[in-house]
Design a binder for this molecule. Structure first.
Ligand SMILES: CC(C)(COP(=O)(O)OP(=O)(O)OC[C@H]1O[C@@H](n2cnc3c(N)ncnc32)[C@H](O)[C@@H]1OP(=O)(O)O)[C@@H](O)C(=O)NCCC(=O)NCCS
Length: 219
């Protein structure tokens, strides 16, 4: 089971990070993958009541990767933590499947009260470098959080938010395909291609008009 999770996560790095050239490179050079491995081990002990051992393993993970994940946090499948340095994921954070997190992201709390105090991240969310997501808020499926945003309120599914405090960007719903840098997959806006499209349309109109002219008039 653990091997399957590992294999599919390595594959996810290969598919989603254009810089990942081989599986070996991912295994050797991706601290996000190592951090998730440390977390799996630390979490195993923490959930069985060995809290200090769980925390110690998490601490070792932080030492080696620069990524701090509390052993109590729940991580989904194929989580990518790209670059990784400075990422902090709190005790009651929950992360869905296929989430992509960049360096210096914090999934943190806003109070020292016990209980749920960290965010819940939906499937397919992208969290840009340096973003802070604070409190027991929900980030909806497919949402995108801009780099350096500070998110303190729930984000609806498919929404892009930026700024401090984070606000939705005025644009159409989220793109259907993943892009490593969170940029939209919109129709091409190249002026030459647009011009070509207009010419093609005019040509089709002319052809239609020609087809409607009675054959007697055609020389
Ligand atoms: C937020 C993000 C996903 C939006 O990308 P997008 O859909 O292409 O949006 P646009 O670039 O068209 O920007 C839309 C608006 O948001 C603003 N904006 C975009 N990213 C922003 C950010 N991080 N902070 C503040 N404003 C931002 C743009 O200036 C633009 O404003 P305008 O409408 O007033 O001109 C993207 O900018 C981002 O931050 N991705 C994360 C990338 C990252 O962390 N990379 C690390 C690689 S190591």
């Amino acid at each position: 089971m653990a091997l399957m999770f590992l294999t599919e996560t390595i594959q996810a790095y290969r598919e989603r990070d254009p810089a990942a050239r081989s599986k070996l490179e991912v295994v050797l050079c991706y601290p996000g993958l190592h951090a998730v491995g440390f977390h799996a081990l630390g979490s195993f002990f923490w959930r069985r009541g060995a809290f200090t051992l769980g925390r110690f393993i998490s601490h070792l993970g932080r030492f080696f990767t620069g990524i701090e994940i509390h052993p109590g946090a729940r991580l989904g499948r194929r989580l990518i933590i790209d670059h990784g340095m400075g990422v902090v994921i709190g005790e009651t954070a929950e992360i869905g499947d296929d989430v992509y997190i960049y360096h210096q992201v914090t999934l943190g709390g806003t109070s020292s009260a016990q209980g749920k105090r960290h965010p819940t991240i939906g499937n397919n969310v992208i969290i840009g470098a340096g973003a802070k997501v604070l409190g027991a808020i929900e980030i909806g499926e497919g949402a995108r959080i801009g780099s350096n945003a500070v998110v303190v309120a729930a984000v609806p599914a498919g929404t892009t938010v930026v700024g401090i405090p984070a606000r939705p960007v005025e644009r159409q719903p989220h793109k259907p395909v993943f892009d490593a840098y969170g940029t939209p997959a919109e129709p091409c806006l190249d002026p030459l291609l647009q011009e070509l499209g207009l010419l093609r349309k005019e040509l089709m109109e002319l052809e239609n008009r020609m087809a409607r002219i009675p054959q007697d008039y055609v020389i």
